[in-house]
Write a protein that binds this ligand. Structure first.
Ligand code: ADP
Ligand code: MG
Length: 477
C-alpha cells in the first residue's frame, strides 16, 4: 500500500471519527480498506453490497465532504465491493462503483460476461466487470433469517407457506407466493428469510432479492443503454426471484410488461417467484389485469399486526440478539403501548436504549413511560376530543356543561380554547369537527382558539405552565 494512500485514508478517518458515534465508526468505517489512490480518486473496499448501500444511504454526505476536503474539489470516491457468497472464487470479487456524483450509483451499469451463453455475453444489471463465471449476488440480509422471525397468529400462514416454499422452491403450488400487509409488518424480513433458507438448502440455486424499485430503475437504464434484452435474459437465469414491494409497479406499464415476460418464463421453467406487496392483489392499483391474474396463480398470504404475546416475543428476541437485558415490565409496557407495527415497536425499543445510554440512566418503567408518551404521540394512537375535554375540565375544576355552554366568562373561554387547541394537536379531526364538539363553533373559531393559545404561551408564563402540564397529563393517556 502506498504511503500516500494510507495517509490520506488515515486523515479521512480522522475527520469521520469526529462526526459519527464510536459505535457507528466501529461498525461502518473500521472494516473499510483503502485500496487505491489515483488522480484524486480514492478507492475503498467494503465487505458487501449491503455495506456499500448502507454507507451510501447514511454517510454519503460525510464521505463526500471528507474526500473533497482531503483530495480537493475534484476528489472522488469509488467503492470496491467484496461479493458475498462468492463460492466460485478464491479471492474476493470486486466491483467498481462511482460514488454519488454520478447518477449511476444506485444501479451501476457495468457489463458482466456470463459463461452460460457462449456466444453472446449477457449484461448483468447488478454489475461485476471481468467475471469469468456466473455469479449472481443474492442481496440477502443474514439478519432477516427465519430464526429471527417470530411466529404468531398474525403471520402463521405466510410464514409456513414461506417455509414450505423454501423446502421445495418451484415445486409447491405456492408459486408465486405473494406476501402482503401494511408497512412494517415483516414482508421484507420474511422474503429474505425464504431466500436465505433456500440458499441454505440448495446452495447451487441462484436466488435473487430485488426491490421492485431497483428492478424498475435497472429496466429503465437498460432501455437507455439499449440492453433491455440483456436485462430480460439476466432475470430469466434466476432460480428464485424475490421481488419486494411489487405494488410500486402500479402505473408503470412498460416495467409491468417486462416483468410479465420474465414471470412467465420463470414460471414455465419451474422457477420460484416470491412477491411482496402492501395490498392484496385485488386492491393493487394500476396493475395490468393479466399480471394480477398471474399473481393469483399461487398463494397470497397476509401479515397482520402482531398480537400482544407476539409483540413481547419479538422484543425479547431482539434484546436477546443484541445482548441487552431489560426489566420484564418495561418490555411489556412497550408491547402494550406500541400496537401499530413491528417497525415502530423496534423503533421505540431502540430510542429507549439510546436514551438510557445517552443519559446514563437505567431503563426503568418510568423512563419507558416518558419516552413512549413522546413516541406514541408522534404516531398513531388517537385520543378522542371528549377525552381531551374531560382532562381540561378536570384540570380547571370546571363542569363539562359549563365548558360546552355559550358562556363568555374569561376562564371558560380559555378552557374551551385550550381544549380546542389540544384537540387539534392530538387528534386528526378537522377544525369543523372540533368546533362541533366544543359547543357548536365553526372552523374559524377553532382556528382562532389555536392561534390565541399559541400567542398566550409565548407571552404568559403561567398560562404556558398550565398548557405544558396539561399536555403531559393528556399524553399520559
Ligand atoms: P415491511 O417490509 O412489511 O415494511 P419489514 O420486513 O421491513 O416490514 O419489518 C420491519 C421490522 O420489523 C424489521 O426490522 C423486521 O425484522 C421486524 N419484524 C417484522 N416482523 C417480525 C417478526 N415476526 N419477528 C421478528 N421481527 C419482525
Ligand atoms: Mg419492506
Amino acid at each position: 500500500m502506498s504511503e500516500n494512500l494510507k495517509e490520506v485514508w488515515e486523515r479521512c478517518l480522522h475527520i469521520i471519527r469526529d462526526n459519527v458515534s464510536p459505535q457507528s465508526y466501529q461498525t461502518w468505517f473500521e472494516p473499510i480498506r483503502p485500496v487505491k489512490l489515483e488522480k484524486q480518486v480514492l478507492t475503498i473496499q467494503v465487505p458487501s453490497q449491503f455495506f456499500y448501500e448502507w454507507l451510501e444511504e447514511h454517510y454519503i454526505t460525510l464521505l463526500k465532504h471528507t474526500v473533497k476536503k482531503e483530495l480537493g474539489p475534484e476528489g472522488r470516491l469509488e467503492y470496491s465491493i467484496i461479493m458475498e457468497n462468492s463460492y466460485h472464487a478464491q479471492k474476493p470479487y470486486t466491483i467498481k462503483v462511482p460514488t454519488s456524483e454520478q447518477k449511476a450509483v444506485r444501479n451501476p451499469q457495468v457489463s458482466m460476461p456470463l459463461d452460460l451463453t457462449s456466444e453472446h455475453p449477457i449484461k448483468n444489471p447488478f454489475v461485476i466487470p471481468g467475471l469469468k463465471k456466473v455469479h449472481i449476488e443474492s442481496n440477502l440480509n443474514p439478519n432477516y433469517a427465519f430464526d429471527n422471525f417470530i411466529e404468531g397468529d398474525c403471520n402463521r400462514l405466510a410464514r409456513s407457506a414461506g417455509y414450505a416454499v423454501a423446502q421445495n422452491p418451484g415445486g409447491t403450488s405456492f408459486n408465486p407466493l405473494l406476501i402482503y400487509g401494511s408497512t412494517g409488518l415483516g414482508k421484507t424480513h420474511l422474503a429474505h428469510a425464504i431466500g436465505i433458507e433456500i440458499k441454505k438448502n440448495f446452495p447451487n440455486k441462484t436466488v435473487l432479492y430485488v426491490p421492485a424499485e431497483k428492478f424498475t430503475t435497472q429496466f429503465v437504464d437498460s432501455i437507455k443503454n439499449n440492453t433491455s434484452s440483456d436485462f430480460v435474459n439476466f432475470y430469466q437465469l434466476i432460480d428464485v426471484l424475490i421481488l419486494d414491494d411489487v405494488h410500486i409497479l402500479g402505473g408503470k406499464e412498460k416495467t409491468q410488461d417486462v416483468f410479465f415476460h420474465i414471470f412467465n418464463h420463470l414460471h414455465q421453467s419451474g422457477k420460484q417467484i416470491i412477491l411482496t406487496s402492501d395490498k392484496p392483489p385485488v386492491d393493487l392499483q394500476g396493475m395490468e389485469q393479466r399480471l394480477l391474474s398471474r399473481f393469483k396463480w399461487g398463494l397470497s398470504a397476509d401479515l397482520q399486526v402482531p398480537e400482544l404475546e407476539t409483540r413481547i416475543a419479538i422484543l425479547q428476541k431482539k434484546l436477546y440478539n443484541d445482548g441487552i437485558e431489560l426489566p420484564e415490565e418495561v418490555v411489556e409496557y412497550l408491547a402494550y403501548s406500541i400496537t401499530t407495527n413491528v417497525r415502530e415497536l423496534e423503533g421505540a425499543l431502540i430510542s429507549l436504549i439510546a436514551q438510557s445510554s445517552l443519559n446514563r440512566k437505567e431503563i426503568t418503567l418510568d423512563l419507558a413511560r416518558k419516552m413512549i408518551d413522546k413516541f406514541v404521540k408522534n404516531n398513531a394512537r388517537e385520543i378522542s376530543i371528549e377525552y381531551i375535554q374531560k382532562m381540561v375540565c378536570d384540570y380547571f375544576d370546571m363542569p363539562m356543561d359549563l365548558m360546552k355552554s355559550k358562556s363568555r366568562k374569561r376562564e371558560v373561554v380559555q378552557a374551551r380554547q385550550i381544549a380546542m387547541y389540544f384537540a387539534k394537536v392530538f387528534t386528526k379531526s378537522s377544525l369543523a369537527t372540533i368546533g362541533a364538539h366544543c359547543g357548536g363553533k365553526d372552523h374559524a373559531t377553532v382556528l382562532h382558539a389555536c392561534k390565541t393559545v399559541n400567542n398566550l404561551m409565548e407571552t404568559d408564563k403561567q398560562f404556558r405552565a398550565y398548557v405544558d402540564d396539561l399536555e403531559k397529563k393528556i399524553s399520559l393517556h
